[in-house]
Each structure stands twice: as C-alpha cells, then as structure tokens.
Design a protein around this ligand. Sequence first.
Ligand code: ADP
Length: 423
Amino acid sequence: MTIPTTEGSAGTGAYRVLVLNSGSSSVKYQLLDMSDRTRLAVGLVERIGEETSRLVHTPLVGGGAERRERTGPIADHEAALKAAAEELAADGLGLDSPQLAAIGHRVVHGGLRFTEPVVIDDEVLKEIERLIPVAPLHNPANITGIRTARAMRPDLPQVAVFDTAFHTTMPEYAARYAIDTETADAHRIRRYGFHGTSHAYVSRRTAELLGRTPEEVNVIVLHLGNGASASAVAGGRCVETSMGLTPLEGLVMGTRSGDIDPAVTFHLMRVAGMSADEIDALLNKKSGLVGLCGDNDMREIRRRIDEGDERAALAFDIYVHRLKKYIGAYSAVLGRVDAVVFTAGVGENSAPVREAAVAGLEELGLAVDADLNGVRSDEPRLISPDYARVAVAVVPTDEELEIAVQTFALVGQARGALGQVHN
Ligand code: ADP
C-alpha cells in the first residue's frame, strides 16, 4: 500500500496512535502523535506472569518528565495493559481520550493472506489464530495483546501490521523451498520472511536519502539487531529476504545460527539423541554469536577482540562472512544495486561490522569512507565515498513509527470510505 502523509489522514481530531508489541512475557508500547509524528510516551512491561514483573514508563511530553518504574507481580497481559493505561492516564494520555484514533498491533506472522495492514475484526483474529502452527512462538502472544486491547476499547479501530507483509511480493521462485510440493503446501511451508516493517521503512527512507522515489531504486537492506535479516528491494518491492518459514534462516544472529545444513538437525537426533525441542532451543537460543563466543552483544565482542580474544575474533569473522555472502547474492538477484543500507542495533552502531562487511567488494561498486563510517549520528546518512558506484548508507529503523503510520493511514482510509470524513 502507499503510505499517505499524515495530513488529513484520520481527520476527526483523533490523531494519536498507540502501538503495541506483545511478546510472550512482555508488552512494549508507544503512544505517538501523528500530527507531527512525535512520541508522547514509551513503555515496557516485562516478566509478565512472574513475581518480579517490571513496568518502565517514560513520558516524553511536558519537558523534564522522568521515567517511572513499577515492580511487583503483573499476572497477565490484561493486567499489563491496564498498568500501562494507568501510567498513560497519569500523564493525561489515557486510553479513554477522544484523541486516540486507533491501536496498532505488531503481528509477527500474517501468512500469505495478509499482504497489507488490516483493521482487526473477529474474522481477522481467527485467521491470525490459524497461523499459530507456523508461528507458535509469536502469534499467540500477539493475539493475547489484541484481545486485551479490544476488551479495553471495543469501540476503537485496532489494526494489525504484519512482519511478513512486506515480503509477500517475493516471486514464487524465491519463496518456495525445493522440497516436495504437496508436503510443503499441506503444511504451509515456504519462505515468509520477517522484520518486514523495518525493511519497508528503511528501504523507503534510503530512497529519500538518495533523493529518489522508492520505485526508482534497488536497495539491499541489512537489518542487524539481535535478530538479523537481509532483503533485496527492487523498485520498492521486496524480491528476496533471508529469513524463511521462521526467523531462524539466513544471517548469523545474536543467538540464532542462521543458514545451516538441515541434515545437522537429524544428525543431532540420531547421534546425540537430542529431541526436536532441544535442537530448536540450540539453534534459536544457543547459537549465532552467543554459541560461537559466549557473547551476543557486538560491543562486548569488539572489546574482547581488542584484547586479543581469538574466539571473539572468529565469531566476528563468521558473522561478517555470512553478511558478505548475502550482499553478493542479493547484488546478483537485483542486477543493479543503488544502495546497501545498514540498520538496527548492530547496523546503526557498529562501524567495524559495516567496514568489514563491505571490505573487498570494490568490484561490486561498494566502498566505505572511514571518516564517514566513524561518525555517530541518529540521522540517515551516507558512508560511502563520492566515487563509489553504489551508495552505502546507515538508516536508523523505526518499526513503531512505521506501524503507527500504517495504522493511522488505514483508519483514515476506512473512515473516508464510510463517508465519515470530508476533509
Ligand atoms: P532487537 O533485535 O532486540 O530489536 P536491536 O536492534 O536493539 O535488537 O539490536 C541489539 C543489538 O545491537 C545488541 O545485541 C548489540 O549487539 C547491538 N548494539 C547496540 N548498541 C551497539 C553499539 N553501540 N555498538 C555495537 N553494537 C551495538
């Protein structure tokens, strides 16, 4: 979908959007003012269901307001959302405010059906439930968040924004695994991709940075957070991405292996007597950087490398080697590349990762300027020298803003379609 500008989008005087990202034991929330796209408050409730639950709330209005913290048991998502609503109300930003236009929910898996954000109704909720077998870790928590928010404000539009949606434009030959078609179809096994909200936002911002429209440019996006994924975006449409049926495939991540010979799994079953759940935990939680060297924070890994730690150095090299392979592969997929862009925690902050990932790729038109690469900034910026054929950029991601923009746009369109909005 094309994202309209904020102006005139909802048009009813309701201009705030609450973004909810519900995990299995946490809820992250942000309240945004869509008239100028600023954040009014951000918060996190973690360890839901434990004795040591914690809510951290930071109001961003009224200058000098300080972050507040509550500790003590928060039994479930309903209690978490109520607690968050109380904190918002204390800042004059309560969920009962007529200025709240909608709630936007991050939903991890939208399967093939949800190619764009949707206003949530019972039928949509059922469909998100039907996708639980392919997203057992994520969709149940997202559904709990949606149910809770709907119960609190049944009158308010609630929108689902899917992590997979941006990738639904992938051609069939990129999305299908080369396995028996009937088995694949029976179990909906294919490459869906994740982090789509970030890839969409960052690829669009990169086009802006280049002074072009998204339709005019081909971009390789490297989203390097704790989870990491690459995507190839041709003319604004995703044509390839590194995560697959689940977020396990692709790049080396903080705790995930990324690409691996699938035979490793049945080898471990047969030779090490490991169960499917144990191997799942091994590959998702005890692999990647943490498996290789014991640390998943790139800052710590760099510090250890500076002290001469060889395991940390090897982990770094494996991480960068994989990245390089994907840059090469996606250059081939795109044919012509206008920009390679780094984003998320590692991509935005680690100059050594950016430098090493691009080193030696001059034949592909890629180079990094050491001075530009060393600059620390929250702004989108180019880090390639003028002579480089392909721009290399750093563009901070903002998934919450993208969810809010898409939610607000959709609610505005829905109101417009009902004839309730005339401006
Ligand atoms: P998530 O996937 O949890 O959203 P983020 O995008 O916040 O992750 O990225 C978190 C990771 O970013 C950390 O694990 C760390 O490796 C890396 N990171 C954060 N800040 C820095 C920094 N200043 N330098 C290098 N790496 C950093």
